[in-house]
Design a protein around this ligand. Sequence first.
Ligand code: AMP
Length: 435
Amino acid sequence: MDFDMLGLAPKLIAALAEQKITEPTPIQAQAIPHAMNGRDVMGLAQTGSGKTAAFGLPMIDRLIKDGGKPAPKSAKALVLAPTRELAKQIADNLAAYTQGSHLKVALVVGGAGIVGQMRRMERGVSLLVATPGRLIDLLDRKAVDLSHTGFLVLDEADQMLDMGFIQALRRIAPLLPDDRQTMLFSATMPKQMEELSKAYLRDPVRVQVNPPGQAVKKIRQSVHFVAQASKMDLLIELLDEHRDELALVFGRTKHGCEKMFKVLEKKGFAAAAIHGNKSQGQRDRALREFRDGKVRVLVATDVAARGLDIPDVRHVYNYDLPNVADNYVHRIGRTARAGADGAAIAFCAPDEMIELMDIQKVMKQDIPVASGRPWEIQPGQKKRPNGGGNKGNGRRKFGGGGKPSGSKPGGGKPAGGNRSRRRGGSKGKGRAAAA
Ligand code: AMP
């Protein structure tokens, strides 16, 4: 099958060919025909599956065929995304797909000047990509009018649930016409997604490429059972084995990530960090340099887990296991993209056993053990408090502080004997980077 057969406008097919996009991916082949028929779509697909084009192309096709200018301050289509980085990536993709057409794409996200964004909206745009918080700011200032917006896309909708998105959506959605077309895409399908779908979609067609919670097959997963205090040494050792390849390291807290980044830099790694305490400029630069390969190791909180498309990431380290099991799926989805293969390496300290078990439940599989042995769960053991690092866009409403909880080194003992790796115990070394 190719895009011709889907009936897309020739101009659009030409723009796609420029991007070397000639054959629809499975999610595109499933979603595009329904979307072009005007149906609401509920898509279960991870980033990397080509889902931006799956929702983007039908809208662009319709807007090209309809012609006509947008009304002042209006957007013909609105895409909501959970983080600034993801919103920018979507806007960049849509801009590439609309090359050579009359369509205009705008990006409205926090961390960038609001005045420029208001000005950009004055004449109206074809496609507006926004994070909910900044969009509400612009709505409050009467700089955006959604009463003519015929398309609404909620991308990575499961991640937006974490961030007070429901309240934002309750304000935004009623501003759009009732007869709009709505598409919701999500990497996982928690229960709330059904409610969201009932509230905002009309008789949606369901399309999916990966069963919920199951990572793309090409990701080789493994877990090291390692004391918190020994994680840094292990990380350095593993990173050293693949110095030329891109690695993404997830930590739990902003503070912990910053420390980890500094240790790695001192050890001579081309490293950078992105988290909620970095300015948008710093975050953009770190991502750009990581994409370009200037930075080899990117240390990040969950701000980077969602939706980022960096094709060459070979290794994703879960230095700290995520508090929310679904985030594991998002994090490891950053590797093995665009058909490449990749490895997801988790570090599990004694007080992360419950997190690990939750992850295995969501993945419906046991993660192969690379070193050590599962820790015994202590009576009354609970999950570690959330580090607050996963609240991506740094806004007060959605953002979060969250203090590092500090984990007790050696807070549990290995079940069934000694760990096999040489750095068994829990010496203080390396602990600085743990929180
Ligand atoms: P996405 O899942 O939307 O983030 O897309 C992941 C990457 O795949 C992006 O860089 C797209 O440009 C690319 N892509 C999307 N659709 C196709 C396609 N049909 N063929 C080849 N590459 C694609």
